[in-house]
Design a protein around this ligand. Structure first.
Ligand SMILES: [Fe+2]
Length: 303
């Protein structure tokens, strides 16, 4: 079956949300609503669904779990219901597994979904027809997710799954990372070379640079200092501040993500070399903290 290519990916229109199992729901709710800037969209006895100011029903789903926190799934939105069938077929062909067959989604966001695992056990839920909310006007709060970065012991294989199954395209390859896109955002998922398959970080898109900076102050006041930033990335050209949130979740405020199309020429590692002492365009931040690097090895996909 060939589907019309209306986005960078013919099958996936974007990244919607991330689901995490956390050991302390009360702490998670207080942090993500009062400090991080999300709002409660829905809740059940075991789960909390948090929205940003954009139209997604939720961008973060928190589920009651044990220590350490674990990643339940990364949720993407499909281009059509037919795309779910195509994704399931392609997953099996690529050596992955269909963890949950296509079925109505029981979560409050509704729609139809399928849950897939890549050969290394990364879990992707793909939904279609999920609830959309009226956006609200917020100057500083996250608007939607910008990207998720996942560590990989085999970046080429993880990248190939996104390309062959999800129809993602590579925007840039640095020495460490493969930046993958499915729409006009420079990247929605990136794979980072590592000796593990942990969550690297989740980036929340805020309206502008001012919101990235004010978010840095708000987090500092709440006892969560900036672990890397402020800075402006090479690939994607987005502004950033990184933090280690509760349960060692590494989270980023970002803005001004580069918008590209299929004429974009992917850069290679030799195109993305910084001068000595630099890790971003501005050069005013110290490098990522040890604490952040350690946290980036501690949250894994639930088995
Ligand atoms: Fe990021």
């Amino acid at each position: 079956m060939t589907l019309a290519k209306t986005h960078a990916s013919s099958l996936i229109t974007g990244l919607r949300s991330v689901s995490i199992q956390v050991p302390d729901m009360a702490l998670a709710e207080t942090f993500f609503t009062h400090t991080w800037g999300l709002k409660v969209s829905d809740r059940t006895s075991e789960s909390l669904y948090l929205r940003a100011s954009g139209s997604d029903h939720h961008v973060l789903a928190l589920h009651r779990g044990s220590k350490p926190a674990s990643l339940k799934c990364v949720t993407l939105r499909a281009a059509s219901q037919q795309a779910l069938t195509e994704l399931a077929q392609r997953t099996v062909k690529a050596g992955g597994k269909v963890l949950q067959e296509i079925a109505p989604n029981v979560e409050p966001s509704g729609g139809v979904g399928v849950t897939l695992a890549d050969p290394m056990g990364r879990i992707y839920q793909v939904v279609y027809g999920d609830a959309q909310l009226a956006p609200v006007n917020e100057a500083e709060a996250p608007y939607r997710l910008a990207h998720v970065v996942l560590n990989s012991v085999d970046v080429p294989a993880s990248q190939k799954f996104l390309e062959d199954v999800m129809d993602f395209s590579m925007s840039d390859r640095t020495r460490v990372m493969a930046f993958m896109r499915c729409n006009s955002d420079h990247h929605s998922i990136a794979m980072a070379e590592s000796d593990n398959n942990a969550l690297n970080h989740i980036a929340f898109l805020v309206p502008d640079l001012e919101a990235v900076m004010r978010g840095g102050g708000r987090m500092k006041d709440a006892g969560y200092p900036i672990e890397w930033g402020p800075g402006r990335h090479g690939p994607g050209h987005n502004a950033f501040n990184y933090f280690v949130g509760p349960f060692n979740l590494v989270i980023e405020y970002t803005s001004e993500v580069e918008q590209i199309d299929d004429n974009y020429q992917p850069g290679q590692p030799s195109d993305w070399k910084w001068p000595d002492g630099r890790m971003d365009h501005w050069g005013i931040s110290t490098p990522p903290s040890r604490r952040m690097k350690d946290a980036q090895t501690e949250v894994f996909f639930a088995s």
